[in-house]
Design a protein around this ligand. Structure first.
Ligand code: ATP
Length: 373
């Protein structure tokens, strides 16, 4: 296998007629990294993956393996010469071939020695925990087992980049978690580079070294799971990563406190204080100052689990409980402030519909965004 140090995507655009499916896509993947493309349906994840695989031509931009250009929209290295492997959502196994023959297929095309093929198939079957399944046919296996065969068929070719397009979507919730673990451990054991496509934020957080969040063909943020989870770049990413309580607000004051920023907000009469840590303050200072001076609305974003019940603490508020959904350890609660604004919270203590509760929110848990980010 020809190895590489970096795979670089520079300003790649892809249009289908008038539809711009990818817009100035830029990314660098270092060997061994696990990168996830995350976003809602139609945001361009599969298009990005198919462009990387060489399965669809790019409209403009270029892609490089180290210094070698593999695609600039005019000259394109064909898919089979890129030595990338792809695992699809629907497994795409040959139904009339046994597990052994499905996995051996690519090696036979390469005319490898029969004994070598037998050994390599045996070794990948062990890796995906399917020893003894050689003679079964796909229709004699569960969805999870078929997906393991699809992964084995891909990695037996020793691809230098492993690409997985929503590989767990057809599996039930428990199996998805088991297979998620399998995929990450195969990635680690083979020290391979992987690109994974999903619309499931939990999957992205659990698997990735870096997450690329996408919307309408545009990259919204590239960051580690921690960065994307706790410092979303804009409202879209915040919403996608589980922030709720997104309310338009007016800034009443902005105060510098060392490298931090304290922002006092008015949400239709409900007063809240937010504190931005040094990194967020640096990224947002100019935008928030401009919104403050021009009296433009900003937006809050607060995770339901970051709102606590209690009489003591910062940002004390009173609200009335409208709906309670029992979730076991916690409850999903929808409540309203006295001004009618809805708030979602997840208290561990029991609350009842119709009850008036007091809550408190730590200022550093209140994110503030302008429309742009
Ligand atoms: N062959 C095509 N012809 C025309 N439009 C296309 C084609 N393939 C994709 N698109 C459009 O490009 C956009 C991106 O599609 P893509 O399949 O990459 O999204 P996705 O994020 O992978 O979505 P999903 O999660 O639903 O698979 C969509 O608006 C889609 O309708």
């Amino acid at each position: 296998m020809r190895d590489f140090k970096t795979f670089t995507i520079k300003n790649v655009c892809k249009s289908f007629g008038p539809k711009q499916a990818l817009n100035n896509f830029n990314l660098t993947l270092e060997k061994g990294q696990f990168i996830t493309f995350l976003g809602p349906s139609g945001c361009g994840k599969s298009t990005a993956l198919n462009c990387i695989a060489g399965l669809i031509p790019i409209t403009s931009g270029a892609m490089f393996i180290d210094d070698e250009c593999i695609d600039d929209g005019v000259h394109s290295v064909p898919p089979e010469k890129r030595e990338f492997g792809m695992v699809f959502q629907n497994y795409a196994l040959f139904p009339h071939l046994t597990v052994f023959n499905n996995i051996a297929f690519g090696l036979e095309l390469k005319k490898l020695d029969k004994q070598v093929i037998r050994e390599r198939v045996k070794s990948v079957l062990k890796m995906v925990h399917l020893e003894g399944y050689e003679e079964k046919f796909p229709n004699q296996m569960s969805g999870g087992e078929q997906q393991r065969v699809a992964i084995a068929r891909c990695i037996v070719m020793e691809p230098r980049l492993l690409m997985l397009d929503e590989p767990l979507s057809n599996l039930d919730a428990k199996l998805r978690i088991d297979m998620r673990y399998e995929i990450k451990s195969i990635h680690n054991r083979l020290q391979i580079s992987s690109i994974y496509v999903t619309h499931d934020q939990q999957e992205a957080l659990a698997l990735s070294d870096r997450i690329v969040v996408m919307k309408s063909g545009h990259i919204q943020q590239v960051g580690t799971p921690e960065e994307v989870y706790s410092q979303p770049a804009n409202l879209f990413v915040a919403d996608f990563m589980g922030f709720r309580n997104i309310w338009p607000a007016e800034i009443e004051t902005i105060t510098e406190g060392g490298a931090e920023l304290e922002v006092r907000l008015n949400v239709q009469g409900v007063k809240l204080a937010s504190r931005l840590g040094p990194e967020a303050a640096q990224a947002k200072r100019a935008g928030l100052m401009a919104a403050f001076q021009k009296r433009q609305p900003v937006y809050t974003a607060i995770r339901p689990e970051d709102i606590a019940l209690g009489e003591n603490g910062p940002n004390q508020q009173e609200c009335q409980v409208d709906v309670v959904e029992y979730l076991g350890q916690t409850s999903q609660v929808a409540a309203s402030f006295t001004n009618g604004v809805r708030i979602d919270l997840r208290p561990e203590a029991r609350v009842d519909q119709g009850e008036t509760i007091r809550l408190t929110i730590a200022p550093e848990k209140i994110q503030v965004f302008t429309k742009e980010g």
